[in-house]
Design a protein around this ligand. Sequence first.
Ligand SMILES: O=C(O)COP(=O)(O)O
Ligand SMILES: [Mg+2]
Length: 226
Amino acid sequence: MVPPLAVDIDGTLTRPDDSIDPRVFDALRAWDAPVVIATGKSFPYPIGLCDFVGIPINVVAENGGATYVGSADAVVYDGDPEGAEAVGAAYIAAGYDLGWGSVDPTNRWRETELAVAREQPLDPLVDIAADHGMVVVDTGYAYHVKAPDVDKGRGLETAAATLDVDPGSFVAVGDSENDAELFERVGHSVAVANADETAMAAADGVTEAAFADGFLEALDRFRASA
Ligand SMILES: O=C(O)COP(=O)(O)O
Ligand SMILES: [Mg+2]
């Protein structure tokens, strides 16, 4: 029996050009245990992924701020939407921009935190976030302004409780500092070779291969030790 799997999206299921590696679709679909997609992205992305892959919708979105296990038909919120909104407003009032254009598909459906493009100045964002009791996490794909105690590890606990599975029985694969708490919460964690220092330090192991190649390598390892 393979273990339940928690997996990040960006940097883990993707190729270096940010596209999803199509081989992961069948690999996720074939995984013979619960799969939880744990991501910094807002709901439409992981829910769309589960839907199109054809697996049950088990999603930790917004770095743990919003969790949805489809079979339970309930969303659990664990973020600070007012704090995120206040930080965004103050950042813009100080003359900065979130960096996503006027439609802003990155934050449009985001409910509990705020994402800022990495081309935007980080220092004022960190200062403004601290003024509001919030922290900034750099995923390598965006700066996320979130409540300090909300993370993918807590999100996984929520999802696992709903699935009636011990979070410690999960294995996890990820690539960046927003995966560190997830790595600490599961039984065995693997960082892909392109992972940042924080993720590498928190992980139990690191793959030889990078990006989606690393994810597929991690699945082979989990299968071999199952
Ligand atoms: O949205 C991001 O910034 C990163 O997303 P991820 O957690 O799936 O890597
Ligand atoms: Mg990632």
